[in-house]
Design a binder for this molecule. Structure first.
Ligand code: GLU
Length: 479
């Protein structure tokens, strides 16, 4: 049997969890789940100045919120320092790397002179091994550079297909700094070998690192993993997503009423599609359907409108009992409900959520729609009133007839209420709509709501009759 895949997500803890990083994590996670593989989390914290514990915590929180649990880790890259050095030493010993004694000042002068054309000129390439060792022993500072061979480096990228770099386009890159700490490419390869990573799935901003990394695998005598480079995520303006122009932190979405299942679903479709029309998928469905082969090369646009639509789809499918803990604090915060009500009126609130969640795109929108069920309307939408209560006297008499009928409906439930309203309409010689719209305005202050039978049932007899009376008084006042 083929070896189970081992994949990793390797964020640098220098900020929050970016949606691009979250997408990389998700694709790795999906691939591992689908293939029975292992998903490793590695925190790339070798950059001590920029890495923070706080950032690591934010990344772990974001992953947990998205539901992307890891099978191994978090492994801290900085803990591998001795191995990184040992790998560099091995390459020095067998000649696939060499010490470079060029000083930063000299290198900088060359860089300034050559600008974009600059590439390390191999001044130290030919320093004989014994001289190199002597100078190092004497305390002369050095970096370790990889000795890039001739020829070309190629791999069959799962997303981009056969990809090839002429080695002459790659300079003899540094693998170990003067202070003995590894450069990104060495640390990553050393770790990926150590963790037996079989598939490297990451953003295509890393494509230019890949030939260097492949050369390192070869020099270290390790098998080269499979690479899949994910397309860039673009803002609606077609430019690379940027934190200045776009909301890019997973935490921003968590805080704005987006469900993790919706964000995960949305991220999955950034660069991947299932090959048919299905867009709304649960995490389980994504695991079933995901495939590396269906990832596109083309940049994927992060369309916030689509994310909100997706969120609406997931809200509608989420059990109201799961939504209540998200919506209740907003209602309590708005003074529409007390903490005690949340328990005491639980069944009623769940019913309210059943009605509102299917018409909202975010959690705050649910709370906004719920408002009218918890507080009498503060006024009546003038446009709707001009239309539905055009003839005030007639409107008042319709409302009066409705109130009379609703006073006796038994039992108080949607079907009986609707039947009662139809009877009232018939008795008044009016179409059903001519009763429903004026009544909806009286009860909600506006022209849009869930079905009137549900609205009336949910409000209850007392509140319904009170609001009808208030509307009649408003109509009589001729305001
Ligand atoms: N730490 C790198 C980053 O944050 C990822 C390294 C990799 O996936 O190879 O972009």
């Amino acid at each position: 049997m083929a070896q189970a895949p081992r994949v990793r997500f390797a964020p640098s803890p220098t900020g929050y969890l970016h949606v691009g990083g979250a997408r990389t994590a998700l694709f790795n996670w999906l691939y591992a789940k689908q293939t029975g593989g292992v998903f490793v989390l590695r925190i790339e914290d070798t950059d001590r100045e920029r890495s923070t514990g706080e950032s690591t915590a934010t990344i772990l929180d974001g992953m947990a919120w998205l539901g992307l649990s890891w099978d191994e880790g978090p492994v801290h890259q900085a803990d591998g320092l001795e191995r990184h050095r040992a790998d560099a030493a091995r390459m020095l010993a067998d000649g696939s790397a060499y010490r470079c004694f060029c000083t930063p000042l000299v290198l900088q002068a060359k860089r300034d002179a050559m600008k974009d054309e600059y590439r390390y000129d191999r001044t130290c390439y030919g320093v004989p091994a014994d001289e190199s060792a002597r100078r190092a022993a004497a305390g002369e500072p050095f970096t370790v550079r990889f000795r890039v061979p001739g020829g070309a480096t190629e791999w069959d990228d799962v997303v981009h297909g056969p990809t090839r770099f002429a080695n002459e386009s790659i300079e003899d890159f540094i693998v170990l700094r003067t202070d003995g700490t590894p450069i990104y490419n060495l640390a990553v390869v050393s770790d990926d070998i150590d963790m037996r990573i079989t598939h490297v799935i990451r953003g295509d901003d890393h494509i230019s690192n890949t030939p260097k990394q492949i050369l390192l695998y070869q020099a270290l005598g390790a098998g080269v993993p499979t690479f899949a480079h994910l397309p860039m995520i673009l803002g609606p303006d077609g430019r690379k997503l940027s934190k200045r122009r776009n909301a890019v932190a997973v935490g921003d979405y968590a805080g704005s009423g987006i469900l993790p299942a919706a964000l995960v679903n949305f991220l999955a479709l950034l660069g991947w599609n299932p090959g048919d029309e299905q867009e709304v998928m649960t995490l389980d469905e994504l695991v079933q359907r995901f495939s590396l082969e269906r990832i596109n090369k083309k940049g994927a646009v992060f369309d916030t409108g689509k994310l909100e639509w997706m969120n609406g789809q997931h809200l509608a499918r989420t059990p109201s009992a799961d939504l209540l803990p998200l919506v209740a604090p907003l209602l309590v915060g708005a003074g529409l409900l007390t903490e005690a009500d949340v328990d005491a009126r639980r069944d009623w609130l769940l019913w309210l959520l059943d009605l509102t969640k299917v018409r909202a795109r975010t959690v705050p929108e649910i709370a906004e729609q719920a408002r009218v069920f918890l507080a009498d309307p503060a006024g009546y939408d003038p446009e709707v009133a001009a239309k539905q209560w055009k003839d005030r006297e007639q409107a008042a008499s319709v409302l009066d007839a409705v109130a009379a009928r609703l006073r006796t409906v038994q039992p108080w439930e949607p079907a009986g209420i609707e039947a009662g309203l139809r009877e009232a309409a018939e008795a008044a010689g009016l179409g059903f709509g001519k009763v429903v719209h004026p009544l909806r305005l009286a009860l909600t202050g506006g022209g849009a709501s869930p079905g009137i039978d549900q609205v009336v049932a949910l409000l209850g007899r007392e509140v319904t009759l009170r609001r009808i009376e208030a509307a009649k008084a408003w109509l009589a006042a001729g305001a």
